[in-house]
Design a protein around this ligand. Structure first.
Ligand code: SF4
Length: 376
């Protein structure tokens, strides 16, 4: 099974922490949608299996109109084999989700919403320069529930000055609203963002790793005790509500990324489109794919397997390491996990290696210690 990811590179305003690719000018939205449809047609033979899930990410996909969405769906369904009842997610910002927009969306093929709430508190939303306010964060969910059952929200923790009580109140509100899935990320300070600038100028206090770890521990404990499974480091779902898109990504399934800056992974090739809207449109108009490609070596694939699987509840399967990558990789892994096992950060259950509760927050760091050097 495979996935389609469609990148919609427009936002109403720039959030202070964001380093994704987007433009705040919607002038070329129509041309961009046409180019996305053309790229979909150009790449229709790349996926080796039927499309199981479609994900509109961004940017802000909830800036797409009914006409835009229907044009994209018409192209997908005429050019690709799509399974019966695929999961089709649209990322949406709360300020776009009024009654009319939600009603329109529910009449399209979209059947799952991922709402960028981030926080239910005005002070956090202002600090991050989100386009919505606290009232809209809540009202958008209440409205969305009238039209969609499968809803996820994003929440950010580790925000400077966000005390433990405020974080707990965010989680309590999430539970009260009875949403079946949440994705939650630590606020990270990326280079060349307004957040980095404000922290450097001491306008905003720095991000505190200990606070982020404390928030994360509260998050895991709260969600797990309320029937959510922490199936991937940042993702929590009730039974039957794990995101198929996230699961496919973290378990190494193939996906095609369409649109500026979108990444793809098919067979042993990774590719990424240019992150410039005008250059993307121009190249696609000329029938060229503005993408760079990289052939993954066995070592690259081993490293990615360790990195992605260690973040999930499914863990690293030693038998898979042995058969997919070779005995030398399995031996290397066994040798390097010992220290982490002794520290209680990794645990081996039969052939499955997982981070322990204690090691969870350190998953990425532990994974990188298990990487093999690429001797190309
Ligand atoms: S809405 Fe999302 S993509 Fe757009 S600037 Fe904010 S965080 Fe970035």
């Amino acid at each position: 099974m495979s996935s389609l990811y469609i990148h919609i590179p427009f936002c109403k305003q720039a959030c202070h922490y964001c380093d994704f690719h987007f433009s705040t000018s919607l002038k070329h939205k129509g041309q961009l949608v046409q180019a996305i449809c053309k790229e979909l047609s150009m790449r229709k033979d790349e996926l080796p299996a039927a499309v199981e899930n479609i994900y509109f990410g961004g940017g802000t996909p909830s800036l797409l109109s009914e006409t835009d969405l229907n044009l994209i769906f018409k192209t997908i369904y005429s050019e690709y084999k799509v399974v019966n009842k695929p999961e089709i997610t649209l990322e949406a910002n709360p300020d776009d989700l009024d009654f009319d927009y939600l009603k329109m969306l529910s009449g399209t093929k979209v059947n799952r919403l991922s709402i960028g709430v981030q926080s239910f508190f005005e002070e956090d939303l202002k600090l991050m320069n989100r386009a919505h306010n606290a009232k809209e964060a809540e009202s958008s969910i209440l409205l969305a529930k009238q039209f969609f059952d499968n809803i996820s929200i994003d929440l950010i923790y580790g925000i400077p000055d966000m005390c433990v009580d405020r974080w707990k109140a965010n989680l309590a509100k999430t539970l009260e609203l009875d949403i079946p899935h949440i994705s939650s990320y630590a606020l990270t300070v990326e280079p060349n963002t307004a957040l980095k600038h404000f922290i450097d100028k001491e306008i905003i206090p720095p991000v505190d790793d200990d606070l982020a770890k404390l928030h994360f521990d509260i998050l895991v404990e709260t969600m797990q005790s309320n029937n959510f499974e922490n199936y991937e480091f940042s993702n929590f779902g009730k039974p039957g509500y794990f995101s198929q898109n996230n699961t496919a990504y973290w378990t190494g399934k193939f996906y095609l990324g369409i649109g500026p800056s979108a990444h793809s992974f098919v067979n042993t090739t990774r590719s990424w489109n240019i992150n410039n809207n005008s250059k993307y449109i121009k190249a696609i108009d000329a029938g060229e794919l503005p993408a760079e490609r990289e052939e993954l070596t066995t070592t690259d694939r081993y490293n990615e397997y360790i990195m992605t699987r260690l973040r999930t509840k499914w863990g690293v399967d030693l038998k898979v390491v042995e058969t997919e990558f070779g005995l030398n990789y399995a031996a290397y892994l066994m040798e390097h996990i010992q220290e982490f096992q002794q520290q209680g950060l990794l645990a081996l259950d039969k052939d499955i290696l997982r981070v322990t509760g204690e090691g969870k927050f350190l998953s990425d760091g532990i994974a990188s210690e298990l990487f093999m050097l690429n001797l190309k």
